[in-house]
Design a protein around this ligand. Structure first.
Ligand SMILES: [Zn+2]
Length: 141
């Protein structure tokens, strides 16, 4: 078992609830061909992992979804997307913990003050107009 940790890359949910895994992540988890992964959620994060098999019996705690090796895509079950309100374009932070792929939904809020109102997107982050104005006032010549 590899106990590596890879922390933090942000990806967006694509249409039909798929998420594209970066090649380094696929390599770390040895995901080179199509296979089914178990997708579970603990209410805070989404975990994708190979299902546990004991005495030839598959032990399932979540739903199985196919990992598409050619496109590097994993489908997030719609029930889980609903729980986290993950619609197309929503962002998730992807990391690896041991043998598990961990996806943490990122809620749309200002990176500085956590406001959820009047957001602008800049460099893959959200900034509220208030903070954007304060920054531009600081840098204005
Ligand atoms: Zn702000």
């Amino acid at each position: 078992m590899n106990m590596q940790k890879i922390v933090g890359i942000i990806r967006r949910i694509e249409d039909l609830g798929r998420v594209c895994l970066p090649i380094e992540y696929r390599r770390a988890l040895k995901l080179f061909s199509d296979e089914k992964l178990e997708i579970v959620s603990d209410g805070e994060k989404i975990i994708a992992r190979r299902p546990l098999i004991i005495n030839g019996q598959i032990q399932l705690q979540g739903d199985l979804r196919k990992f598409d090796a050619k496109l590097g895509r994993l489908l997030i079950p719609s029930e889980i997307r609903k729980i986290f309100k993950l619609s197309t374009g929503a962002r998730v932070a992807i990391s690896i913990d041991g043998d598990e792929l961990v996806l943490r939904p990122l809620y749309e809020q200002c990176v500085f003050c956590n406001s959820k109102e009047n957001l602008l997107e800049f460099s893959e982050e959200n900034i509220c107009r208030g903070c954007a104005r304060a920054i531009s006032a600081k840098v204005a010549i």
